[in-house]
Ligand binder design. Sequence first.
Ligand code: FMN
Length: 496
Amino acid sequence: MGYQDLRGFLNLLEGKNELVHIKEPVDWDIEIGSISQESIKRGGQAFICENIKDHKDTICKRLTMNYMGNWKRLALAMGMPETTSSGDMVREWRKRHRQLIKPVVVDSGPCKENIVMEKDVDLFQFPVPKLHPGDGGRYALTWHIVVTQDPETDWMNVGTYRGMLLDEKNIGMLLVHVQNWGLHAAKYRERNMKMPVSVALGVDPITTMISGTPYPAGVNEYDVIGAVRGEPVRLVKCETNDLLVPANAEIVMEGELDLDPSSFRLEGPFGEYPGYYSSIDSTPKPVFNVKCITYRNDPIYTSGLIGIGPDLRAADLDYFSAITFSAITWDQLDINRVPGIQDVWFDEDVYGTNVFVSIDKKYYGHAKQVAFAIWSPLSAHYIGKYVVVVDSDIDIHNPKKVWAAIANRTDPLKDIIIIPHTAGGPLDPSVHPDIKMRTGKLGIWNRVLIDATWDDTWEPRPEWGGLNHPPSCLSSERELQLVREKWKLYGFSELM
Ligand SMILES: Cc1cc2nc3c(=O)[nH]c(=O)nc-3n(C[C@H](O)[C@H](O)[C@H](O)COP(=O)(O)O)c2cc1C
């Protein structure tokens, strides 16, 4: 892969002039978040802050952000040539993630270089940023992995779920009950038990990508990380619970989540992925009580600007999810045996909500089966509000061409189909907040399929050369080749 851990990846970026060391004093209060925002806007480099207000003499003095925020950095993260196209990354991801590789558990690792227990735990030793001005507080957990285990099986889940710093030992967490750790939490709640939780910050980029991707319930995501990295992940057991975390993580927080609503504390609001506050109130949320922290010498904290929205370019989360969501959604179509799929793409400017699929259309109603297969898994509650299906001559990595297909190949009355009242993303700003209360904190989505493929009920026509849709008016390859041969004779300087 060209790197083993976050430090190795940052070194790789540095060698490619993709990383800035910020030595200038910076404030954890909004300034770091604003640097991230401006860097995204300018298409700038990743950065690591090394002189953070209040953190000259704390355990942790450094924080990095934006290190997966363009296609080049993502290709480097996947160990591919820097110029690899997004479509090729999706295909490569699909190839790799099938060959699961079990992790190995090692006795110790860099994340155990320092251990702080119980009364000495002080989260203010870490440069936790307040990212957006309207956030309810400093967000300790935005760019990390959360590890939990099913109390009945050996299924250990890895997911990314946000957390706001409450005090020196506690973090308020957003627990959505249909997410995988929510499934675990329900079982602990039934048993009147607190849920053991470990969090790792500063893991390698592939681990971050898989943590933020909805692999199905029951999948041990460490096996998937091994598959994509092409080698087993090295894990260590936590000090205070049986959970396993990456041995080379920068920081590990161990503790438990109290699921009794009487223990909940106020969390939020937070600038969410669509770029808005879905609610401007803080609401009671479960608390992650940290009992132990282990960390590497001179650890690096990680954070991510999640709330981007239409005003900015895509951020780290958007780039990597475009790849991983496309890969798992393509798999989903295969699992449902929908034939003729040529490409699947979640445009990086809209995290999860819109998906484009190109097909070799094989039969009447083909596009509808594509949409229903995409909507079938539990994780689709926040994925695929709009599904656009096009013919395979349309480049779905170029949204303008998708718009052109919609313009030229749809009759809105029959080709735009709305499926009302399905489960929807809880953070979608177009969903009225009261609806989330009525649905047990999910949104309601009226989902849309736009079938922008040619209508296959039309009859072939001789004047269309036997096609059942109007033919292209462009010159053929044979005609173009003749022109290319004479290109210089025409006076053009070179072949483009
Ligand atoms: C940076 C980042 C922050 C996220 N924050 C949350 C969150 O606060 N709550 C949530 O339910 N999902 C959040 N997600 C999405 C989940 O990580 C994603 O749905 C993932 O699939 C969850 O893992 P799971 O499928 O094992 O439940 C976030 C993703 C990323 C990359």
